[in-house]
Ligand binder design. Sequence first.
Ligand code: NAP
Length: 492
Amino acid sequence: MAPLKLAVVGGGPSSFYVASRLLSLLPQTSVRGENLRVHMYDRLWAPHGLVRYGVAPDHPEVKNCTHKFDQAAMDPRFRFFGNIHVGARPSTIIPHARSISLSSLAPHYTHLLFATGCTVPTFHPALPASDLVVPALSFVHWYTQHPSRPRIPSLEKIEHVTLIGQGNVSLDVARILLTSPSVLEKYDVPETVLEILRRSAVKHVSIVGRRGPLEAAFTVKELREMMNLSEASMVPLDPSLLEPPPDTKLNRQQTRTLQLLRKGSVNEHGKTPKTWSLDFFRSPTGLAPPSPSSPAANLTLAHTSLDSSNHAIPTGQTSTLATNLVVTSLGHRSDPTQEFYDPALAHLRTLSGRVVSAEGHVVRNVYASGWAAMGAKGVLASTMMDAYAVADTILSDQFPDAAEGEGVQTTHAPARGAEGVLEDAVEGLGLGKDVDLENVPEEVERGVMEGEVTQYGDWKRVDEEEVRRGEVLGKERERMGWEEAREFLRKA
Ligand code: NAP
């Protein structure tokens, strides 16, 4: 039986969902299952990607999926290697990560899955990064204590923050800035972050979008959470914004968004210590730094309307907004230096989960899942369904003749008609054929021996300790950074 030994690059949710599905569809007791191995590599020392380092701390229920990930990791055919960056050059983002090139990794495996996500924030052409302009991702990585350890401007001196973009990440950042630390302190928010939030001077958050309420990218649940903030209120909107154009058929999301916006925030505007606003039909064109005559920076906003294709176009009018900090939250792209990255797509080129070369051929036994394959959109439930489909595609490609009941299921796989694309498939990356199922590259083995590369058992020890430390403080958990975790594991 030909082995299926899969290396997964990236240890986030889509990666775990693919692994979990493969391991459960090919049970260890089956012949195919005996020949299955899944080895996951992540440049971060802790697993779970966006679930640990992206989900907002006041959404703890979203993290319940880690129970399923733990279950997959308990399978003896699964291994996790953290703090190891797969790439030609060492990671500049995680300097302490060991590195291994793809060409050194590939010969040890028969199959490869890129689950590397979309890790690069999109910038606005009019707002290059500076002391006054930071991406929302830096905020998210700050409050989740991501190993890249971004610096954020001192909140002690910032009264007015402007978020550009009206997606859920934007609302996450706004909510954290506007929620009282006394509410946040029971969650998974590091003490260092809470200390800064306690000293924060933020009084108002403007959330700027280039289109209108019907086109806003945020979802109803996140908007409702903003409306219910205990210490903040929304600046009422101009009622004309809440009237849909005549003959517009609204979908459920649009209807509920308008209902919520009409109702406004639970707290009346003007009666709370903090406020926020949704500034629709505005698009930034430039930022003038503070000057002796103007202690705040001045953000110039072009007023916009929608063309017949619902794109934002400038009306010719502009206005300025005095602000202390601009946070851009415009979505994310995959790392453009990555193999198979397509700049037009902003993620990897794929066809039903199979990676595609620049010439348009499927690359044999190379796959991608999650945001690396689909772009930075969708919530965990949709990531799970896409990942299951990729797992099914891997299996149907590997076992094209499997009869029903042979442990290979293709209910999720959009793999029908795959024969054609597979006939034209090209070899790539130097994957092995007759590989040793248990073997891992020598540099990985060495990293494990030296305590620089983590395994899932290490993570579980840290996880337990973080929860224990959290209990002492009356909160969900108190996180460790890499240095602390490494020291803890050495002693353990
Ligand atoms: P997003 O949902 O794609 O939102 C991006 C926002 O940026 C949109 O408002 C978009 O406006 C705007 N934008 C993009 N380019 C722009 C430009 N050049 N000028 C002005 N505005 C621009 O991205 P995200 O917030 O990063 O979220 C990514 C995914 O993760 C989403 O699917 C989201 O739902 C999910 N997520 C979910 C949760 C949750 O469930 N709580 C939390 C975080 C993230 P246009 O629409 O006009 O392009």
